[in-house]
Design a protein around this ligand. Structure first.
Ligand code: NIG
Length: 393
């Protein structure tokens, strides 16, 4: 196996104990980091890549997206900008377009979207089903997603499809649909919100997923206070996502748990919701992740650079906190983070931090300083992206 020395790094954000290193270098071999430190101390490697005095961070770990869809909802968005509220009704519009698309088209769209995310520095991507909402379409979405992205989540419980009866639909999700998607997915999710699924229905979905061996995730507290966060914590979900409207007891419950609160700043802007209280969560000791929530209804962007810049500018996170949330935080939300020796709980190279043993997933900026993510918002800042030491963008 050839080793590659990456040098010419002005600022190396390890998102680990070593903090930020200057004039740094690292060596990748077999997809993982085998050495990291000051460039002057670097051992010899088979090949060398000069990054030209740029800033390097771990690739973004985007732990929440809905990338398998066809169609777009520009009209709905324009109406929202003219004052209409977001109420999730548009999910059925995307469902129609997605059901009408061929498998080849869905696969091509997904690959295009993944390529765009990588071009923006994302090296690990979760995506959800949830625009099929019948057995065959959910199964197809799960299968295609499993071919293309790192982590796949079953979201049959996105909304009750038009014409279906809620309890019968929950039976379907927990029975035949779950059985059909299970070979392709690692996670189950539910949209626990007024207008989608109530606490009892959400519990049924999550418990069925758990019994099938899946990890749990919850869409909760997006449009108002509700039972999503409490349920996620009670059932040991890896993450509860959105978390815009939180009671004091929600924050306390999260702080005393392993459940990550995943905030989705691009979605909050697009839906004109108050930005999720990421500052308050971090101050309370909650583990926070930042994700893109790429989808055609509430967040038509995979730009993690934009999300991180927004978290600094508008949610009052320090640059270090925002980078941590979008790398190690996302990895924690997917249970892909380092538990020692740079490996995750399954012994795979961990994601979201640059330490020996972890994946050589690198996000190289054009510039020498990572603060440009907030200082120069909207500028094309990603120069190159490497996954497991290989250049992908
Ligand atoms: O995470 N909130 C639920 N699901 C998506 C939006 C779905 C849509 O409107 O298409 C979200 O924001």
């Amino acid at each position: 196996m050839a080793s590659t020395l990456f040098h010419g790094i002005s600022e190396l954000r390890t998102v680990a104990e070593a903090g930020t290193l200057h004039d740094a270098a690292l060596i990748a071999e077999g997809g993982a980091i085998t050495w990291i430190g000051e460039a002057a101390q670097a051992p010899v490697a088979d090949e060398a890549v000069d990054l030209g005095g740029r800033a390097v961070l771990p690739g973004w770990v985007d732990s929440h997206s809905h990338m398998i869809f066809d169609g777009n909802r520009a009209e709905e968005f324009e109406a929202r900008m003219a004052g209409q509220d977001y109420a999730a009704g548009g999910i059925a519009v995307t469902m129609e377009a997605t059901r009408a698309a061929s498998p080849e088209r869905l696969r091509a769209l997904l690959r295009e979207r993944l390529a765009a995310a990588r071009a923006g520095g994302t090296t690990c991507m979760e995506t959800k089903t949830g625009y099929g909402l019948d057995v065959a379409s959910e199964q197809l979405a799960a299968q295609i997603a499993a071919e293309v992205v790192d982590e796949v989540t079953f979201l049959g419980a996105h909304v009750v499809p038009p014409g279906a009866e809620a309890e019968e639909y929950v039976d379907l999700v927990c029975g035949e649909m779950l059985h059909a998607v299970a070979p392709h997915v690692g996670w189950i999710d539910v949209f626990c919100e007024r207008g989608a699924f109530n606490a009892e229905q959400s519990r049924r979905v999550l418990e069925a997923g758990k019994a099938a061996g899946l990890g749990l995730r919850v869409h909760g507290n997006q449009l108002g206070e509700g039972p999503g966060v409490a349920l996620a914590v009670e059932l040991g979900a890896a993450s509860v996502d959105h978390a815009n409207y939180l009671s004091e007891s929600d924050v306390e419950a999260l702080a005393g748990s392993e459940t990550v609160a995943t905030v989705l700043p691009a979605c909050d802007l697009s839906t004109r919701q108050p930005l999720a209280p990421a500052r308050r969560l971090i101050d309370a000791g909650v583990r926070v992740a930042i994700a893109s929530n790429l989808n055609p209804g509430t967040s038509y962007t995979s730009s993690m650079n934009f999300c991180v810049g927004t978290a600094v500018l508008q949610q009052h996170l320090s640059l270090e906190e925002a980078i941590e949330a979008a790398t190690a935080g996302g990895a924690r939300a997917l249970r892909r983070h380092d538990i020692g020796g740079g490996r995750d709980a399954q012994g795979r190279p961990a994601k979201g931090a640059l330490v020996v043993g972890a994946a050589a997933d690198l996000h190289v900026l054009y510039t020498a300083h990572a603060i440009d993510l907030a200082y120069r918002p909207g500028m094309p800042l990603t120069w190159r992206t490497y996954v497991a030491g290989e250049r992908v963008a």
